[in-house]
Design a protein around this ligand. Sequence first.
Ligand code: 5GP
Ligand code: ZN
Length: 114
Amino acid sequence: MKDCLFCKITSGEIPIEKIYEDEQICAFFDINPQAATHFLVIPKKHIANLMELRETDASLMGHIVYQATELAKKLGLEENGARFVFNCKEDGGQTVPHIHLHVLGGRKLNWPPG
Ligand code: 5GP
Ligand code: ZN
């Protein structure tokens, strides 16, 4: 979608070092990391937020979660675990309106969030 930051990243309009890419999704490190390891996994298809999901997006979302765990393992997060987060809209703290799964690891994270 025009004027979407993450669509510009998936299309290559904004060049970025990707840590994973296939036909449906890509992953890259967060520009403002909140943990020793912090990366995002996003669909190439523009979906603004979780509330916009259709039932037909189920396998895409499963693929995102599965590849996030594979990358987390490759990046050394398997033993101690990590946090996998989708922020959704204003109250969820979403700032970029294109679905993205945050993976944060490498330190102990607090719960509940503030
Ligand atoms: P949200 O707040 O929407 O859940 O998360 C958006 C995330 O995208 C933030 O953690 C922010 O640091 C990250 N981000 C925003 N712009 C860019 C960018 O241009 N490059 C990268 N790698 N991350 C970005
Ligand atoms: Zn987009």
